[in-house]
Design a protein around this ligand. Structure first.
Ligand code: NGQ
Ligand code: ZN
Length: 443
């Protein structure tokens, strides 16, 4: 495969007339100021693919179907009831079909790797499937079918709230003991392709105790380690009631949080918690579209970035699947909150700050190589079309992609495979059909 781009984002900045070659799923050569050769795929703007660090793929199946107000005031918790009702019906076949649709849409959005925070493990009645890793196998199959690289994050879940409270009936598909969970991690290892990684994810401080969490971190060192934390005010209050500390404060003082960790949401933070997370080198997994959709609150991005904090983006509930849109929503939430503009920028481009931060932080959180266009890196690339043909080779291109209207994802390669052409995944029609059949049976 050879490719010629009018403009490309290389590790040391933007370059013009860049010719790239791939071999064995990696970038083999990068030559700026090169002429296109016959047979080269021609691109306007070439950038590295982004990691999507947090997905619950199955939730794509009810996108847009939880926007009707019920008898009481709707909240995250009433949404969760609806989500559980959907989750309890999902068959392995439907899981694969819906995950494949979500992964097609991620690739079309410019994501080339997904961190799948996967907790729907068992049969609808809670029984262990004949293959205990059946549902994880469906996630792996969807990744294989679509070509996206996978960081599989099997979820450990034992409880239904602080205390600990026993798990509720609606959570019966999620539960493991320590041995069953260790076997699941091993099964995920056995399914991983060379580009895949396997981490682990105690669901939240509500679903696992700090003793369990610390035990897992010690039993599986050096792997991506993800946890939901401090997403809802109710969760902060319940944690305070349980132990007198706030969730992040409690986690940082009781568990070995470090650079392998990814704290998903971390919405509700005191200044000390902001600094505390930044000091550990952990990544905060921001999912701004889902956080807005669920009414979580606004992440203190300005303070966190000033403290040197690391972040990446996730599509979480997959109510919308857009890489540029997550970055835009984060910045817009800050603007609405502070009545200022370009809040996430250092100086200069907001788009560049968000793009580079999310590329680095997302890769760190998913145990993956940093996305960059240089020899030896995975051939994970996104070509943007610029129909206006404005003559520029600088960070304004990222600003225009994230905030503007003109630049659109045209082509995407993951591990060197040309999966999205002209904005459409090569298997889109078949995968949409299969997902439509699954969703019609569920909705
Ligand atoms: C989840 N999703 O696991 O899918 C959660 C909701 C919970 C988000 N937090 C369930 N966005 O946190 O208990
Ligand atoms: Zn989540």
């Amino acid at each position: 495969m050879t490719l010629h781009a009018r403009t490309a984002l290389l590790p040391d900045g933007w370059a013009r007339n860049v010719r790239l070659t791939f071999a064995a799923g990696q970038i083999a050569s990068v030559a700026p100021d090169a002429l296109p050769q016959p047979g080269d795929h021609r691109a306007d703007i070439l950038i590295p693919g982004l990691p999507n660090l947090h997905s619950h793929a199955f939730q794509r199946g009810f996108s847009g179907l939880t926007e009707q107000r019920g008898p009481s005031r709707d909240s995250f918790w009433t949404w969760r009831e609806m989500m559980y009702r959907f989750a309890l019906q999902l068959t392995p076949e439907a899981m694969q079909a819906i995950a494949a649709l979500a992964y097609v849409e991620m690739l079309e959005a410019g994501f080339t790797r997904v961190g799948e925070f996967h907790y729907l493990h068992h049969a609808p009645d809670g029984a262990v499937y004949d293959n205990p890793a059946e549902m994880s196998a469906r996630i792996s199959a969807a990744a294989e079918e679509t070509g996206i690289s996978l960081t599989h994050l099997p979820v450990f879940y034992t409880h239904g709230g602080f205390g600990p409270k026993p798990a509720g009936d609606g959570q019966r598909r999620f539960l493991h003991d320590g041995d069953g969970f260790a076997r699941l991690v091993q099964a995920c290892d056995a399914m991983a392709r060379p580009q895949d990684r396997v981490g682990l994810a105690p669901h939240s401080l509500r679903a696992a105790t700090v003793a369990q969490i610390t035990g897992l971190a010690q039993a599986f060192p050096g792997r991506p380690f993800h946890i939901h934390i401090a997403e809802q005010v109710q969760e902060v209050e319940d944690c305070l009631g349980f132990c007198g500390q706030r969730p992040v404060e409690y986690l940082l003082s009781h568990a070995p949080v470090g650079a392998d960790w990814c704290l998903i949401h971390a919405t509700h933070l005191t200044p000390a918690e902001v600094q505390g997370i930044a000091d550990t080198g952990a990544v905060v997994g921001l999912c701004p579209i889902t956080e807005a959709n669920l009414g979580d609150g606004i992440f203190p991005a300005e303070a966190f970035l000033a403290a040197g904090g690391r972040f990446g983006f996730g599509t979480d509930s997959n109510v919308q699947i857009t890489a540029a849109g997550e970055a835009r929503m984060l910045e817009y939430s800050q603007r609405l909150n502070t009545r200022a503009r370009n809040v996430c920028a250092d100086t200069g481009s907001t788009g560049a700050r968000l793009f580079h931060g999310a590329a680095m932080g997302g890769a760190q959180a998913l145990g993956a190589p940093v996305p960059q266009l240089c020899p030896g890196a995975p051939a994970d690339l996104v070509a943007l079309d610029d129909p206006m043909g404005l003559d520029m080779a600088d960070d304004r291109l990222l600003d225009r992609w994230i905030f503007g209207r003109d630049l659109v994802v045209a082509d995407v390669w993951a591990t060197g495979r040309h999966l999205v052409r002209g904005g459409r995944h090569i298997a889109r029609d078949r995968i949409v059909q299969a997902a439509a059949v699954a969703c019609r049976a569920l909705v």
